[in-house]
Ligand binder design. Structure first.
Ligand SMILES: *[C@@H]1O[C@H](CO)[C@@H](O)[C@H](O)[C@H]1NC(C)=O
Ligand SMILES: *[C@@H]1O[C@H](CO)[C@@H](O)[C@H](O)[C@H]1NC(C)=O
Ligand SMILES: *[C@@H]1O[C@H](CO)[C@@H](O)[C@H](O)[C@H]1NC(C)=O
Ligand SMILES: *[C@@H]1O[C@H](CO)[C@@H](O)[C@H](O)[C@H]1NC(C)=O
Ligand SMILES: *[C@@H]1O[C@H](CO)[C@@H](O)[C@H](O)[C@H]1NC(C)=O
Ligand SMILES: *[C@@H]1O[C@H](CO)[C@@H](O)[C@H](O)[C@H]1NC(C)=O
Ligand SMILES: *[C@@H]1O[C@H](CO)[C@@H](O)[C@H](O)[C@H]1NC(C)=O
Ligand SMILES: *[C@@H]1O[C@H](CO)[C@@H](O)[C@H](O)[C@H]1NC(C)=O
Length: 463
């Protein structure tokens, strides 16, 4: 993941003209409502989704299927589609089923492992991981199976993501862990970031729960233990989840930024582990500690916020999306660890209400803002604002619909335990990727470009 510092407010936003009824719906939707019926929530999320799709290139002439317009990157698409597929399931609304299907297939890559050719020069483990979690969602929500000939099932593709990531597990430094980058030429290759490892943990836990294959649960255990051993996850009563560390000093100097997406993806993984182990007390204890951290660090006055950057107005385009996947993971937690629902429900209900009242801006009258504690729209807009609002509102429906399915109950996706294992990008250590002289020069150019980009704003990830 890499973001430029350029403020989105300086780029022209693609507003569409919509009815004022829309904003009225959002305003009136939550006023004093405790008993929300399904339909009003789904009409609200439909409006928010429309705003989200204002940034989608895939349905425009000359646009790329599965990609959002600049400045949004490939991984942003993976995160946004995660909220949309949840909404497809929760609202039982098939309007965007084809759009999602096309996007998932367009971006899966020749090896069906979410390392598509267009991204190979820049893709990180976290980028692949975020997409992997979305495709796993397709599995657990029994999303319509790929309609294109020869394309494997969503389960096989999730397994390919898992297999290729796990093959990159690096025991040479810091006693284990995934690096941020897949490819040596990318800046950040020496950083082992929490989100890459959290995605692997989360995906392994889910594959284990879904398939009943304990090998995945063993891997999840190992990844979690490693994150604790290096101090990325600190399991106090109010657990911390820090951002990562460099391998130069064996991951001993921890970058202590706390982001809701790191916290959320780790929390979600523990919830799947709890559920997959039929309620183990070890995992229950971990869920509770990490949940207490989540509710303490990322809610203020019972409203979700990105505490590390929101107050200073310095959240970049990546950070502005984090509340989306954080919300999704809180949903899974409340469902898979039923004892947590009484803690999570009220916080998410008040946050959804606050988000809805922030969705009152722009020329369409229902553009969502960043700061949900602000009364009304705060003047901020973008893909992150839309997807975060969508996912926090999705929460209002999670108890009305089935929990994520398993292969034994409700799921039907076709898997392949060895998917992806012979793809070229599986293991850059083992394969050394055969960079010839010509490609090396190309790689250096890319590195320079990326460094230039990084200098603009993604250094927060590194230091
Ligand atoms: C389904 O989604 C579409 C597109 O967002 C929306 O126009 C429609 O109202 C939704 N249907 C329901 C029943 O919510
Ligand atoms: C790859 O990039 C090219 C050039 O921008 C674009 O035309 C093509 O649609 C992209 N393919 C995918 C799968 O993103
Ligand atoms: C590096 O860190 C790992 C995990 O904390 C530890 O097991 C290993 O001994 C350390 N190596 C060195 C050389 O300090
Ligand atoms: C959970 O319970 C199921 C059904 O009783 C059993 O098949 C499975 O082995 C159990 N899993 C674990 C990890 O205990
Ligand atoms: C696992 O999740 C399901 C679905 O919400 C729930 O019914 C079940 O009680 C959970 N298992 C445990 C051990 O809490
Ligand atoms: C999942 O999809 C399959 C194939 O379409 C279908 O047969 C099955 O009934 C679905 N499961 C649920 C729980 O709807
Ligand atoms: C379980 O998963 C592992 C890891 O992918 C795989 O090697 C093994 O074949 C799987 N077992 C079954 C029974 O599918
Ligand atoms: C991977 O290898 C197996 C057999 O070794 C082969 O059948 C399969 O087609 C290969 N897959 C890819 C994507 O190359």
């Amino acid at each position: 993941m890499r973001a430029k510092l350029s403020s989105i407010t300086s780029t022209g936003a693609p507003f569409t003209t919509l009815t004022t009824l829309a904003s009225l719906t959002l305003f009136t939707l939550f006023t004093g409502a405790s008993a929300l019926s399904l339909d009003p929530v789904c009409s609200a999320t439909a409006l928010v989704t429309d705003g989200l799709l204002d940034y989608y290139s895939g349905t425009r002439y000359g646009g790329t299927v599965g990609m959002f317009q600049p400045p949004y990157y490939w991984w942003h698409a993976g995160e946004a589609f995660g909220g949309m597929i949840e909404n497809w399931f929760l609202c039982q609304n098939s309007t965007y089923e084809t759009l999602l299907m096309d996007a998932f297939i367009a971006q899966t890559g020749n090896n069906y492992d979410y390392i598509p050719e267009n991204q190979t020069m820049v893709e990180g483990n976290d980028d692949q991981g975020i997409w992997g979690l979305t495709i796993m969602d397709a599995v657990e929500r029994n999303f319509t199976k790929p309609t294109k000939d020869g394309v494997p099932g969503w389960l096989a593709m999730s397994q390919a993501v898992f297999n290729t990531m796990w093959a990159r597990w690096d025991t040479q430094h810091c006693g284990g862990g995934l690096r941020w980058q897949i490819f040596t030429w990318n800046s950040g290759y020496n950083y082992k970031n929490t989100i890459s490892n959290a995605c692997l943990f989360n995906l392994a836990a889910r594959l284990g729960r879904y398939t009943g294959n304990s090998t995945y649960l063993d891997v999840a255990d190992q990844v979690f233990d490693w994150m604790v051993s290096v101090g990325y996850v600190v399991l106090g009563d109010t657990a911390n989840v820090f951002d990562g560390a460099n391998i130069e000093d064996n991951c001993t100097t921890i970058t202590t930024f706390e982001w809701s997406y790191n916290h959320g993806v780790v929390l979600g993984g523990t919830a799947f582990m709890y559920n997959a182990t039929n309620g183990s007390s070890v995992w229950e204890d971990r869920v509770n500690r990490i949940l207490k951290g989540a509710t303490t660090y990322f809610f203020r006055d019972s409203i979700m916020f990105e505490s590390a950057c929101q107050d200073t107005g310095k959240c970049n385009n990546d950070q502005r999306t984090f509340k989306a996947i954080f919300s999704r993971m809180l949903s899974f937690t409340a469902v898979l660890v039923p004892s947590t629902a009484s803690t999570i429900d009220p916080l998410m209900q008040s946050s959804a209400q606050a988000a809805a009242q922030s969705c009152s801006g722009g020329t369409d009258g229902h553009t969502c803002g960043l700061n949900w504690q602000h009364s009304g729209w705060d003047g901020m807009y973008g893909l992150g604002e839309q997807m975060s609002a969508l996912e926090v509102m999705n929460y209002l429906l999670v108890h009305d619909r089935p929990a994520p399915y398993t292969a034994a109950a409700g799921g039907s996706s076709v898997g392949d335990a060895s998917a992806g294992l012979n793809s070229t990008a599986t293991n850059v250590f083992a394969n050394s990727l055969n960079i010839r002289g010509k490609d090396k020069a190309g790689a250096a150019i890319v590195t320079t470009v990326i460094l230039g980009t990084l200098a603009g704003g993604s250094i927060w990830m590194l230091f």
